[in-house]
Design a protein around this ligand. Structure first.
Ligand SMILES: [Zn+2]
Ligand SMILES: [Zn+2]
Length: 423
């Protein structure tokens, strides 16, 4: 892509005037969504609100039911030009809210067979409210838009319920990036680890790939007093846990990218004097490079299998690929820095890599994308001490939301302006 240098257009000033007038509305949307959170693939009410809003703004197209509950809207500008996409995920989490707010969630839901509290503990309520605000503002100024803006609201970013498909991967499979195909995509995530007024970005690999690891260790059950009569899967599992520590520390070139292999659950045995037949281990693998990701998968598998053989047990390794590495296109990122600097001023910061993962990465596999972080911890509080995303105490400073609206609105407009001029 060959972007022309970005300077603030006359449209940019008009956008800011309109954005300043919708803060109360964005906060009201966010509070309503926060009080009515819905789990992945169950975002029926949320998707309905989004679709109605886009239709009321006179969008040229509003597709619903994409990847179960996803919504895709298209706003054609008054002037010819390329297509840019903006994304906001809609799902809440199986978390019981502990924040004392008049609009705190009291919702319950069912998650993998269990009744759970439901909360917007990752702040996706903010993402939806922000993008609804962007839609309103861009629709108001559509006559001056040099191209089209695609609004993508996917479900189930936090993974669909067990057995379900969903999220961005399925949105892509169901054509969210086709007819028309955008040439760039922007998204943001709220984070309590940054202060209100800050915008964090990073070129290149930014968030990790996330893969699920399961190892089934099979031995041969016997009396705990006579281990030689069987094969002990517990000792084998212990060796596997320690053996896996060497995959990152001894075989990954850590000067290139970091990586993580974690075993988070081990289950096996029922009482002290029985060596069980089977131990189940579960873990997660995080990387910032797709080749490294494949290499680590291969090493984890060979090592666990070999440790099993060495103990006369068997280790069956199953690695499920969840989300790819979130890679911010370096050229696109560089081209948009002036825009981000304009909207965030001194609040623009280069942030370190995050070992969490994002399904925005599936969109970035198809079109160049930029994913940024919006600080939501109120002034005067230390973001390092704030409850992180996914905590039942995760708290959003609503004064931060308007910067989110400005960020996405200006990224889209400036990109259209520059990309159109470069052609
Ligand atoms: Zn999350
Ligand atoms: Zn999230």
């Amino acid at each position: 892509m060959s972007l022309a240098p970005i300077t603030a257009s006359s449209l940019a000033a008009a956008l800011d005037d309109s954005i300043a007038g919708i803060e109360a509305q964005v906060i009201a949307w966010r509070r309503d969504l926060h009080a009515h959170p819905e789990l992945g693939n169950r975002e029926f009410r949320t998707a309905g609100i989004v679709a109605e809003h886009l239709k009321s703004l006179g969008f040229d197209e509003v597709r619903t039911g994409v990847a179960h509950t996803g919504v895709v809207g298209l706003l054609k500008g008054g002037q010819p030009g390329p297509v840019v996409a903006l994304r906001a995920d809609m799902d809440a989490m199986p978390v019981t809210e502990e924040v004392d707010l008049p609009f705190a969630s009291k919702a319950k839901g069912e998650w993998n067979g269990e009744t759970v509290g439901v909360m917007h503990a990752c702040g996706h309520d903010c993402h939806v409210a922000i993008l609804m605000g962007v839609a309103q503002v861009l629709a108001r100024h559509r006559a001056q838009l040099k191209g089209s803006v695609k609004f993508i609201f996917p479900p189930a970013e936090e993974m669909p319920p067990a057995g379900d498909d969903g999220g961005a991967r399925m949105m892509v499979a169901e054509g969210a990036l086709e007819n028309p195909t955008p040439r760039a995509i922007f998204g943001l995530h709220v984070t309590s680890q940054q202060a209100t007024g800050t915008l964090g970005y990073r070129p290149g690999p930014t968030m990790a790939s996330s893969d699920k690891l399961r190892i089934d260790v099979h031995g041969s059950q016997t009396h705990g007093a006579a281990p030689w009569k069987g094969v002990d899967p517990i000792v084998t599992a212990a060796q596997v846990v320690l053996g896996l520590q060497t995959v990152v520390s001894r075989t990954v070139n850590l000067t290139e990218e970091p990586a993580v292999v974690t075993i988070g659950a081990i289950r096996g045995g029922v009482r002290e004097n029985i060596i069980p037949e089977h131990v189940e281990m579960r873990g997660t693998i995080r990387t910032f490079n797709e080749q490294m990701r494949d290499d680590i998968h291969e090493r984890v598998t060979t090592l666990a299998e070999a440790i099993g053989r060495g103990n006369r047990a068997t280790c069956k390794v199953c690695i499920t690929k969840n989300y790819p590495v979130t890679v911010n296109d370096p050229k696109l990122t560089e081209a948009m820095v002036p825009t981000m600097r304009r909207v965030a001023g001194d609040g623009l910061t280069l942030v370190p890599k995050v070992t969490g993962s994002e399904d925005f990465s599936f969109f970035q596999r198809v079109v160049p994308g930029l994913f940024v972080f919006l600080g939501v911890t109120e002034a005067g509080r230390d973001p390092k001490k704030a409850a992180p995303n996914h905590s039942p105490r995760f708290k959003v400073d609503e004064a931060a939301l308007l910067l989110g609206v400005r960020t996405l609105a200006h990224l889209a407009c400036d990109w259209l302006e520059a990309e159109g001029a470069a052609r």
